[in-house]
Design a protein around this ligand. Structure first.
Ligand code: BGC
Length: 353
């Protein structure tokens, strides 16, 4: 891999300025004599920047990363330090966090962008320091990923999740059309709860879920769509409005993720009715699996956050050791994890995880 090699010292090894004078020189001499080895050989430092920790899927991934780091430490016998920073949905905060990680001498960066268009700036900072960079969950455009050999993206194909979600609804229609087509007009009336505008998962899940249904020969009618920013409370508020406006006319609620599907369930639970619309989500978070078990959520699509975290740690270790990444790379930069449908039928398998 063509990657800039660092000069002897990591940024964190830089000699302290002025007042420590002699001590600094002695420390520097020791570092030079030891080939700067005190850092790199024994200890891997990873900086992980999250767009916000206040996101169910991302905070679960952060926990997975922490657990996997402990496992990797005991397997490799190496010390691995994982620094996690919460961007609190502010790109400028995340930029400062990335600068701090680089200044601390992190060996690898994991970045879950706040704003996907900020990727190029972060990529250039990492390249300037020769620090490999793994973007995850929020996918930068291809040109930004290809800026340097040391840039990777770990995620899942958003289009696939939309298709799988749409097929859940299509199969329900094909199996028991009468139950779904309450109005009996042969058309599937739906509302769509969308994730954050501009996020690849919002755009592609919205498009491909409906395409899967219409490709299956079912006519659809969109009653309403609105963003709820991946957020349960916002989704509950949108759904409450729609229930007032369309009442029993809503046959399906498509949701770009599980948290928003749970928001829709909250709104339905607040306004008791005989029949609920069919609701589908994406992620297979723990509370969503419970909702599937309770029969409130018809189905979801498993977004393998743990698998993504595993791939990121495997990449980090390989890059740090100067080995070929021990994961399957597409086009030299991408690691893709598959999605899977979850319904009552295979729920057990996911509950056991
Ligand atoms: C997940 C959402 C999450 C979003 C954050 C998506 O892949 O499905 O639940 O909020 O990523 O970027």
């Amino acid at each position: 891999m063509r990657r800039k090699t660092r000069s002897c010292c990591f940024p964190s090894c830089r000699p302290p300025a002025g007042r420590w004078g002699l001590a600094a020189l002695l420390a520097l001499a020791l570092l030079v004599l030891s080939g700067c080895g005190g850092g790199k050989e024994d200890s891997l430092r990873i900086g992980a920047a999250l767009y916000t920790q206040d996101d169910t899927f991302i905070s679960a991934m952060a926990q997975d990363l922490e657990g996997l780091v402990r496992e990797a430490e005991s397997e490799t016998g190496k010390k691995i330090t994982l620094f996690i920073a919460d961007g609190k949905s502010s790109q400028s905060t995340q930029m400062d966090q990335v600068d701090r990680f680089l200044a601390r001498g992190c060996d690898v960066l994991f970045v879950n962008l706040v704003d996907r268009t900020a990727a190029a700036v972060i990529a250039d900072k990492a390249e300037a320091e020769g620090v490999p960079l793994v973007f995850f969950n929020r996918q930068p455009v291809a040109e930004d990923i290809q800026r340097w050999d040391g840039i990777y993206y770990v995620g899942a194909d958003a289009r696939e999740s939309g298709e799988l979600q749409g097929r859940l609804v299509l199969e329900a229609w094909q199996t028991d059309r009468e139950a779904l087509d309450r109005s009996g007009d042969g058309i599937l009336q739906y509302v769509m709860l969308e994730g954050e505008p501009g996020h690849q998962d919002s755009l592609l899940r919205t498009e491909y879920s409906i395409k899967a249904v219409t490709d299956g020969g079912v006519e659809v009618e969109k009653l309403a769509n609105e963003t709820a920013n991946w957020n349960r409370a916002q989704a509950a508020a949108r759904t409450a409005q729609w229930l007032e406006e369309f009442g029993e006319g809503i046959e399906v609620i498509f949701s770009n993720n599980d948290d928003m599907a749970l928001g829709a369930i909250d709104a339905l639970a607040d306004t008791p009715r005989d029949r609920w619309p069919l609701i589908v989500g994406v992620d297979a978070t723990a509370p969503a699996l419970e909702a599937v078990a309770a029969g409130q959520l018809y189905g979801t699509v498993h977004n393998d956050g743990r698998g993504q975290a595993q791939a990121m740690i495997a990449l980090a270790l390989a890059l740090w050791n100067g080995e070929d990444p021990a994961v399957e790379l597409t086009d030299g930069h991408y690691v893709w994890l598959p999605y899977r449908q979850v319904t009552l039928e295979n729920l057990e398998e996911f509950l056991e995880r």
